[in-house]
Design a protein around this ligand. Sequence first.
Ligand code: URA
Length: 234
Amino acid sequence: MQKSLNNPVAAVIEDFSNTLRFMARCGCKGYDPSERTYRILEDWASAKSGCRSETLEQIRNDLGDCRRCKLWKGRTNIVFGTGNPDAQLVFVGEGPGYDEDRQGEPFVGRAGQLLTKIIEAMKLSRDQIYICNVIKCRPPENRNPQPDEIKACFPFLKRQLDSISPDFICALGSVAANALLEKEVFISRVRGRFFDYKGIKVMPTYHPAYLLRNPVKKKDVWEDVQKIMKIMDP
Ligand code: URA
């Protein structure tokens, strides 16, 4: 955690977090010393203390003309993300496909049109929510992102989520679910249940591209997003 000189609340929370780490090293018991505790404190210290850690624009500027992994060689555009920087709900996909790479926007191809329908069925619009991906450049032939590519790009997704500080994340498909749940999962086993990412409720569900191939699964996705709708602020 980085001490914020101009945010006294963040500084106090950071001191508290460091004290908890010290106590854990000394063998003190009676609290949860896992990384989750520190992540929640970090979240409070940034967005939740009323001071956004950094803006999406700053994160995009830092990403720059990214060459942190090999995918830069084949890309037309970096697909950073679009939507409301204060969204209550963020959809996280896998990575850009052909259309997204051409247009520089996430989910604008066939899978994107289906995602738009899902969003509209939730009585929301694309500009009320935020949409982004685990990786920001299109892999060749739309293959799955490789571990080194995810490793290079995931910190930017984390920063986007820290900046937006949504209440809900809908993880579309196993790549997004694996990254956010920080473990290898089968999407069919985890879908439909809420998980925690830094105090944010994560709902994994099927990827819209999978739904295009398996339309019978649409009803599962509808059930999953309804669980978000039920507890989301109107
Ligand atoms: N599939 C994704 O995972 N993301 C996109 O942006 C488009 C298709």
